[in-house]
Design a binder for this molecule. Structure first.
Ligand code: PMV
Length: 347
């Protein structure tokens, strides 16, 4: 089908890994499987206007963040277009105006790559679908996730909800290194509407990018054991989700967060992304749990911010604890309340 021009919009959320992806092979193939909660409110909204152009030798696009032209994003998008061109043959046929905005503050230390790349991948798939209307819903989502992975690995886990697996795992049918798939097993009501309050400890740009971090897993002395541990922990969460065992959930989620950072601290060169306040918060959470029997726990991304995870029925007490004891460790007292969500949506 031939189309001269059109426009499409998608919103896509961020996600937070419970079992972490850290280390990759060629073409963004993960060294180990991972699983994440899709978030609800932290998301990117992207609109693409496409129009047919005369010359079709090179990519042509412009990009705006919050209506402001962002030429410094161009190299990243250019690299992405080059990577996905073989899968999207129309990329050189059109000029693209890409307009994007995030619901969370830019300099919050919350990575926008997962939500941003998944929103962009969905928009490009909508162009593909406009040209090939016979594409099925299932194929659309799978290919969008496949493309998002080539933009930023963890982005492939943002398209669906509420739990997404990425990376082949022998106990999870349909799991793949190439794209994220919805977690296929029973999930106990204890995890329904699970809450994630993100404490913004450090809003600065991180000193070591995740690309560099992933690469430092090549030749890392503990890499092999780490990749095995991640698979084991993914097996471990299956009965945990089924039975709603929150104590076992806490153990897996926290060891995963600390192991991710332990890998950073033991690579060569070594580096530390946690800040003193990250550790203050972790210790406060442990004390609070001891004192109150709460099922609150923490996880970390590749940065200093702390994701505080807790069941919905503890919302009031945990928010009170956060306000009274943890906000003091956040930069300018900032935190973001989010919860489990259901993935990308066409607008
Ligand atoms: O998707 P990347 O390449 O930015 O890697 C992110 C990896 C972690 O966020 C640290 C863990 C994960 O699984 O999301």
């Amino acid at each position: 089908k031939l189309i001269d021009k059109g426009s499409v919009s998608w919103s896509s959320p961020s996600n937070i890994a419970l079992v972490k992806y850290w280390g990759k092979k060629k073409d963004q193939i993960p060294e180990n499987p991972s699983i994440s909660f899709t978030l609800s409110d932290c998301k990117t909204i992207t609109t693409i206007c496409f129009s047919k152009k005369e010359k079709q030798e090179e990519f042509s696009f412009e990009i705006y963040l919050d209506a402001e032209k962002k030429d410094d994003f161009k190299p990243k998008i250019e690299t992405f277009f080059k990577r996905v061109e073989v899968y999207l043959p129309f990329l050189k046929t059109y000029h693209f105006k890409i307009e994007t905005s995030n619901t969370f503050p830019h300099s919050s230390g919350i990575a926008s790559s997962a939500s941003g790349m998944s929103a962009l991948a969905c928009c490009l798939m909508s162009v593909e679908k406009a040209l090939n209307p016979e594409i099925s819903e299932a194929f659309f989502m799978q290919k969008a996730s496949f493309l998002a992975r080539l933009g930023s690995g963890s982005a492939c886990r943002s398209l669906e909800g509420d739990l997404v697996v990425w990376g082949y795992h022998d106990e999870i049918d349909g799991s793949s290194d190439l794209y994220g798939t919805k977690y296929p097993f029973d999930v106990h009501n204890n995890f329904k509407n699970y809450q994630d309050t993100i404490l913004l400890v450090d809003k600065g740009e991180k000193q070591v990018s995740s690309t560099i971090g992933h690469n430092l897993m090549h030749g890392h002395p503990f890499a092999k054991e780490r990749f095995k541990q991640a698979s084991k922990n993914l097996s471990g969460v299956i009965p945990v989700f089924k039975k709603g065992d929150l104590d076992a959930f806490i153990k897996i989620v926290e060891i995963e967060a600390l192991t991710l950072h332990a890998m950073m601290m033991t690579s060569m060169p070594y580096f530390i992304l946690m800040k003193p306040n990250t550790l203050e918060i972790i210790n406060k959470i442990w004390v609070f749990r001891e004192k109150t029997n709460s099922k609150v726990c923490f996880t970390l991304d590749a940065g200093a911010n702390v994701h505080v995870l807790y069941p919905e029925n503890e919302t009031e007490s945990v928010l009170k604890f956060i306000k009274n004891e943890l906000v003091a460790y956040c930069q300018n007292g900032h935190y973001i309340c989010d919860k489990i969500g259901f993935g990308a949506k066409q607008l």
